[in-house]
Ligand binder design. Sequence first.
Ligand code: NAI
Ligand code: AKG
Length: 352
Amino acid sequence: MQLFDHPDFDDHEQVVFCSDAASGLRAIVAVHDTALGPALGGCRMWPYTSDEEALRDVLRLSRGMTYKSALAGLPLGGGKSVIIGNPRTDKSEALLRAMGRHVERLGGRYIVAEDSGTGVPDIKTMALETAHVSGVVEKATTGGGTRSGDPSPSTAYGVFVGLRAAVLHRLHRTDLEGLTVAIQGVGSVGGHLARYLAEAGARLWVADIDEAQARRVADRVGATPVSADAIFDLEVDVFAPCALGAVLNDGTIPRLTCPVVAGAANNQLAEARHGQALADRGILYAPDYVINAGGVIDVHYERAGYDHGRVMSHIERIADTLTEIFARADMERKPTAAVADRMARQRVGRAR
Ligand SMILES: NC(=O)C1=CN([C@@H]2O[C@H](COP(=O)(O)OP(=O)(O)OC[C@H]3O[C@@H](n4cnc5c(N)ncnc54)[C@H](O)[C@@H]3O)[C@@H](O)[C@H]2O)C=CC1
Ligand SMILES: O=C(O)CCC(=O)C(=O)O
């Protein structure tokens, strides 16, 4: 397995392979860049079929976090971790505590939070061994209620305001009444996004490999459930990928007829060239790490002093950042993803 010469290595500051024989933990922590601050990023648990697949995922995810925090204007660097295993069957207190001890050994260079396959209780278990966690504290909302440490509702809100900005730019529409949206993956973020969109009057189609979950969300928000494969072929205004990565690839892009792709999933482009492939088809792509920054904004304020109103207005600035990226991409005739990458690298470069 390549490491320093890995195509996704991208000068990572530190990559740590973690194991714990007693609990069966096998994990990788990737710290991409700490120029702007400590590397904050979620811990994904997934039954990777090879170590190589896990390494590639964590390297791409952690670089994405550097760019995400940079363009969200946060004093944070980029990192991420993956646990190799099935979150339904392989999770145990011993395994999560072992992961917490590995995070603690990094001395605060990496701060762990939730991602696919981990939730608030898991991060709370890690917190028994390390203080370097976020996404765990119950927070008061402006409506007078409370919200758990789970950043997913904030991520979904950011995707919602970002999607609105993309629709305004590409379709010149200021309201979402009757807008048609296909959501791929209706777990934590996709489920909340469906609610925001339904409340705004959008017509929704939802798909999930967990078909019961797709039906539950569809019933709740009045959407139409479709199969996980059919979601790419719908004639809709917006395709919102909210499952896992590499969903925009040589096989799927030719099937899309929507003018806008705007969703929460990390690493949506299988390869950088797929940003150009979308632009060639006239599809406006909202770069993933820009539109899905609501979660990292939320967990940042959890550590820096939480004020729900301030968090929401910071998240709403995602729309301004996207609008700037779309305008520059139009002007320079470049894919939006390439423009966003350049802006993020400039911000990190200035911090260095
Ligand atoms: N949770 C958060 O706050 C944030 C999440 N993200 C990203 O958003 C994505 C979704 O995250 P969560 O909602 O937290 O994860 P989740 O695990 O709660 O939900 C993902 C859903 O997608 C479904 N799924 C997986 N593969 C699928 C496929 N091929 N077709 C259809 N459905 C499929 C799963 O069954 C699951 O219901 C991930 O890529 C994550 O990295 C990004 C920023 C923050
Ligand atoms: O949402 C989180 O749990 C923290 C940030 C993160 O990992 C992400 O944005 O992918």
